[in-house]
Design a protein around this ligand. Sequence first.
Ligand code: APR
Length: 312
Amino acid sequence: MARPKVSIIGAGMTGSTTAHWLAAMELADIVLVDIVEGMPQGKGLDLLEAMPIIGSDVHIQGTNDYADTKDSDIVIITAGLPRKPGMSRDDLLHANAKIVKDVALKAIEQSPNAIFIVLTNPLDVMTYLTWKVTGLPHHRVVGQAGILDSARMRAFVAMELGVSVENVHCYVLGGHGDSMVPLTRHSNVAGVPLNQILPPDRLEAIVERTRKGGGEIVSLLKTGSAFYAPSAALAQMVEAILKDKHLIVPASAYVNGEYGLHDIYFGVPVQLGRQGVEKIIEYDLNEEEMAALRRSAEHVKANIAKLEPYLS
Ligand code: APR
């Protein structure tokens, strides 16, 4: 049986690190595509030469030619500009919309049956754009944000309490930006809700650090944005899809009716399997949580409206 094929468009920091995780997991053959000549070929060959050492029999290829992505099972879009210190993800909208539209159209031509996972920021908006321009059913286009935001919160909680990261379960919903909604009532440590373990001021500090988690890394790196945790999150989504795990994770999915929201890509808990987004899970949210979610949705909606010039 042929191994599954995953194409990663954008072989920069996040794209190439995603390839690294996926190759180590021996999940699929990988094609790395970039607009820069030579770079994806060099990174692909370097990674391929690591396979005998780690004992993984996958093939990795770097290319500038979309023909090499033909019949991919999954296409990941990481092409685009990352943030610089002081920028919000929204500041990237127009520059990245042009790039994402271009690469999504080229990729869908080669792989009309693929599932698309988007990472480029502003995430929810770029995922909406990818869905629109590819014409794919919405369950086959999904964005990565919630696993990353939740992982940041999990890491902070685990450090605060001195427990294993595996015991910490956090759920961050909403748009991937400062308006994201960390759910402290549903998040828990080995089943005990977070708001029963941590004093309100510590919990609020963790929520705030989670919301600004991406910016914290940008201001430290100065020359780019986070890539290890975002790419690990992408690899987990690929695994859930290829292994048909029916894994429930927060991700940016097309919401039309759930949570009282309509026609938006937005961070909600989804079940991921071989068909892509199999369902959206609706949590029982209180009025305060719903209000935060609605505020975040209004923010994303306003940015989706700016896509008008790219949708014709
Ligand atoms: N086609 C293919 N690749 C492109 C194109 C294009 N039209 N335009 C840009 N790229 C490539 C760049 O050449 C670069 O190699 O996209 C890559 C982006 O990589 P980095 O600059 O290293 O950025 P990265 O940190 O990976 O972030 C990529 O993900 O998390 C988001 O906000 C982040 O939008 C950013 C994206």
